[in-house]
Design a protein around this ligand. Sequence first.
Ligand code: DQA
Length: 145
Amino acid sequence: MKILVLNGPNLNLLGEREPEIYGYTTLKDIENEILEYSKAFEGVEIDFFQSNHEGEIVDKIQAAKGVYDGIVINPAAYTHTSVAIADAIKAVNLPAVEIHLSNINSREDFRKKSITASSCIGQISGFGKNSYLAGLYCLIKYLEK
Ligand code: DQA
């Protein structure tokens, strides 16, 4: 089972970016933790991709078809704006789990609306780096069915 963990804009700055909201853990730390966690599941392979550019994220989702079985995605700010990413997830017909470090429902009004979530099988929000682990767990269980 191959899973792509995809991160959107500004998540490369985790650790230094608004630490009171996103914590002090870097993206590399989170990726290492995901890799460590994934060892609990036999035959699960993980690749990572981060981009600050909407088109690159769309390209990566399109290229995922036939290569990956599913996607864990934190679209970051594109969550609230990107019809293109929502359409790309639908177009490739791969199960995707949307995750957020912060609880987007308890923040500014503009963060409460996710455009991308309706293309996903589910959304996990508010558990910090554990949102990624929970997203991975739920995706694996969904794929095992
Ligand atoms: C985020 C929430 C988004 O609203 C924000 O733009 C981000 C990060 C999160 O993981 O909590 O960049 O996706």
